[in-house]
Design a protein around this ligand. Structure first.
Ligand code: F6P
Length: 332
C-alpha cells in the first residue's frame, strides 16, 4: 500500500448511536496525520453514485453527542453485484481515494472485503446495536441501545405492576440474542427468549410464569429477541396456555435512536482513531476490534469467518435470578 493522502469515510447498514462519534474521530485523526478526508453519503450506495461531501475539522464539530449518522446510511443491493462494485472502484479513482473507512456491521464488512479484492484498501469499524460481529467483543451502539430498551421496559414495568399484568416485549438484534439477554438480565425479566436457544414453550415460558406466580409475583416480563419470532404470537400462546391476557410491545427502531452514552462515544473515538492510524501506518483491509478492552486489528477475511456465540452462562444467570422466588418478578 502506497502513502495514503486521501481517504473516504462512510456509514452503512442500520445506524447505531456512536456512528457520528466514529466519523468525527476518523476525520480529526486523518487531519492530525496529514490525510484528507471525504465523506461518502448513503453508505456503499453513495460510493456507487459518487455522493460525497468534503469534510474538515469543523464539519464534524458538535456531532459527538448526536444519534444517527450525519453521512446517512443505506442497505445497497447494487453494491452486492460486481457491476456495482466496479462503479464504486471508479468513484474511488475519480475522487483520488487511497482507502475507505467503512463503519457498520457484518454486511458492511462483506462489502469491504469485495472492494478490497478489487484493489481499494478498506478499514472497518464495527457499529451495530446487535453486537453480532464475530471478531469483536463490542460493537458501537450496543450499550446505548440496551439502555434505551431498559428505560422503556422499566416504564412498562410500572404499569404492568399496577395492573398485575404480563408484558411481552420484543427487542431487536436480528438473528442474535445479545441485546435481548443483556437487557433481560438488566430488567430482571421473568423469561428471555433468544434465537440461540431452541424454544421449549412449556419450560421456558409457561413454567417460568407459573413459578413466578407461585413465588408471589403478580406481574411478569417476557423479553423476546426478534430473531425468535413475533412477540404477538408469543403473547397469543401465553394467553392460550396460561390463561392471562398479556400486553405486547415491539420496541422497534426506538432502540436505534438517541444520544450515544459514554461507552459508545469513547469506544467510537478509539476505534475511529485506530482505523486512520492503521492507514497512516500502511495497514489496510483490517477490521478494528475490541478484545478484552483493547483495540486491535483483524484482517477482514479472518474477521468475517469468526463466529460470536451467545454466552450461555449469562442465560443461566438470568434463569437463576428468577428461581429464588422473589416478591417482585423484577428483581430490583
Ligand atoms: O442491524 C440493526 C437492526 O436494527 C436489527 O436489529 C434489525 O433487525 C434491523 O437492523 C432492522 O433493519 P431496518 O432498519 O432496515 O428495518
Amino acid at each position: 500500500m502506497g502513502k495514503i493522502k486521501r481517504i473516504g469515510v462512510l456509514t452503512s447498514g442500520g445506524d447505531a448511536p456512536g456512528m457520528n462519534a466514529a466519523v468525527r474521530a476518523v476525520v480529526r485523526t486523518a487531519l492530525d496525520c496529514g490525510i484528507e478526508c471525504i465523506g461518502i453519503r448513503r453508505g456503499w450506495q453513495g460510493l456507487i453514485t459518487g455522493d460525497f461531501v468534503r469534510l474538515d475539522g469543523n464539519s464534524v464539530g458538535h456531532i459527538l453527542s448526536r444519534g444517527g449518522t450525519i453521512l446517512y446510511t443505506a442497505r445497497s443491493e447494487e453494491f452486492m453485484t460486481e457491476k456495482g462494485q466496479q462503479k464504486a472502484v471508479s468513484t474511488c479513482k475519480m475522487l483520488g481515494l487511497d482507502g475507505i473507512v467503512a463503519i457498520g456491521g457484518d454486511g458492511t464488512f462483506r462489502g469491504a472485503l469485495a472492494l478490497s479484492r478489487l484493489g481499494i484498501p478498506v478499514v472497518g469499524v464495527p457499529a451495530t446495536i446487535d453486537n453480532d460481529v464475530g471478531c469483536t467483543n463490542y460493537t458501537i451502539g450496543f450499550d446505548t441501545a440496551c439502555n434505551t430498551a431498559i428505560e422503556c421496559i422499566d416504564r412498562l414495568r410500572d404499569t404492568m405492576q399496577s395492573h398485575e399484568r404480563c408484558s411481552v416485549v420484543e427487542v431487536m438484534g436480528r438473528n442474535a440474542g445479545f441485546l435481548a439477554l443483556y437487557v433481560g438480565i438488566a430488567v430482571g425479566a421473568t423469561a428471555v427468549l433468544v434465537p440461540e436457544k431452541p424454544l421449549d414453550f412449556q419450560k421456558d415460558v409457561v413454567e417460568r410464569i407459573q413459578d413466578s406466580r407461585l413465588a408471589g409475583n403478580t406481574h411478569f416480563m417476557i423479553v423476546v429477541a426478534e430473531g425468535v419470532g413475533s412477540a404477538v404470537d408469543i403473547g397469543k400462546q401465553i394467553k392460550e396456555s396460561v390463561g392471562i391476557d398479556p400486553r405486547v410491545t415491539v420496541l422497534g427502531h426506538i432502540q436505534r435512536g438517541g444520544s450515544p452514552n459514554a461507552r459508545d462515544r469513547e469506544t467510537a473515538t478509539r476505534m475511529g482513531y485506530a482505523a486512520v492510524r492503521a492507514f497512516a501506518e500502511g495497514r489496510g483491509n483490517v477490521i478494528i476490534c475490541t478484545q478484552e478492552g483493547w483495540v486491535v486489528e483483524t484482517p477482514i477475511e479472518e474477521a468475517l469467518e469468526k463466529k460470536k456465540h451467545l454466552q450461555m452462562d449469562r442465560y443461566k444467570i438470568m434463569e437463576a435470578m428468577q428461581l429464588g422466588g422473589s416478591i417482585s418478578s423484577f428483581d430490583d
